[in-house]
Design a protein around this ligand. Structure first.
Ligand SMILES: [Mg+2]
Length: 338
């Protein structure tokens, strides 16, 4: 892509137009709210901003705006494609979910994690529009520190669904759906890593799930922070369209004295979530069908070994985390020969 000077030059020339900020007024439940978005954001992104000020989850929102037809029903549509007028207000219809035990099963399941080509990943990460989105998210999103960052520790960021918990199976007790060895894993790696949890769901759901599993009050480890869907950004790829991802740069910008690309690793079952920081993600084998796999799943045991082995390295991003299993085996050999 580096040699495509003419095409990238024209892209740069066009981008200021699409990056233009829009300030929209949204009427909901008798009150007016202001949200800031840009033309390169999608309708889905707009709904997240509205969620931030109203607490109505994006999937519960219906947006009404004169003369745009059903455009606002398409979450992947870019806002630059909708003819907003400054003087016209938008109306949102939707209800806050206080009853958070809404069945997450009703949301469509994302099973296949697509692989983006290497060039495409580099492209997405380096695109000005995406860097811009990240900067805005850094300004907008507050990370609440539950337990202080610790000097000299690395950072482990964990997804929840299918990484720590099988959210699609049902059980009387949520503990039955917890990935085996979760507490042992967190207790062991806490010696070397601060731990944050980042889920593509709402903060209420994150707190509820982690509370039910006993992750928030375990005496053997502490969770530094929880992050939710509002911390994510939407990016576009040429081959896969629009999707959301978890930019670690948001955490690094909030805690520059503690965390960086060099000392952070994130586990997620969806590789695309690391697209803004591909060197820092480890794609974990999804934990599904908890009832059948509970007795055999050893991933967290093996990953404990990996995390502790690499904790002594100065730069985690120099590793290729796709080879984590062979790193473990090599380590075993090294120890045997020692
Ligand atoms: Mg997941």
């Amino acid at each position: 892509m580096a040699s495509g000077t003419s095409s990238s030059a024209s892209a740069v020339a066009v981008s200021p137009l699409t990056e233009e900020e829009l300030t929209l007024t949204v009427k909901w439940s008798g009150k007016e709210y202001t949200v800031r978005v840009c033309g390169d954001d999608t309708v889905g992104e707009l709904k997240r901003r509205i969620c931030e000020v109203t607490n109505v989850l994006p999937k519960r929102q219906k947006l009404l705006y004169p003369k745009v037809g059903s455009k606002l029903a398409d979450d992947s549509l870019l806002l630059s494609q909708i003819p907003f007028k400054t003087a016209v207000k938008m109306t949102m219809i939707g209800t806050v979910e206080d009853d958070i035990i809404v069945d997450p099963v009703e949301s469509p399941e994302i099973i296949d994690d697509f692989e983006l080509g290497q060039d495409e990943v580099v492209d997405i990460k380096d695109k000005d529009v995406n860097k811009q989105k990240l900067r805005r998210r850094i300004e907008q999103y507050k990370i609440e520190v539950r337990n202080p960052c610790r000097e000299g520790k690395k950072l482990l960021v964990l997804d929840i669904d299918y990484t720590l918990f099988d959210h699609r199976s049902t059980a009387e007790n949520p503990l039955e759906l917890m990935r085996p060895y979760l507490h042992e894993f967190l207790s062991a790696v806490y010696a070397e890593y601060d731990i944050m949890i980042w889920s593509a769901t709402s903060m209420k759901w994150v707190e509820l799930k982690m509370g039910q599993l006993g992750v928030l009050n375990n005496p053997n480890y502490k969770i530094t922070a929880l992050l939710d869907h509002l911390a994510m950004i939407t990016v576009q790829s040429d081959t896969r369209g629009v999707f959301d991802c978890k930019p670690l740069g948001l955490i690094w910008a909030h805690f520059p004295e503690y965390y960086s690309a060099k000392n952070t690793i994130m586990f997620d079952d969806l590789r695309r979530n690391f697209v803004m920081n591909p060197r820092n993600g480890l794609t974990i084998k999804p934990f599904r069908k908890a009832h059948a796999n509970r007795d055999s799943d050893q991933e967290l045991v093996k990953l404990t070994q990996y995390l502790l082995a690499i904790a002594e390295l100065d730069d985690l991003s120099a590793l290729d985390h796709r080879n984590w299993e062979s790193f473990n085996e090599d380590g075993l050999k090294r120890r045997r020969h020692a």
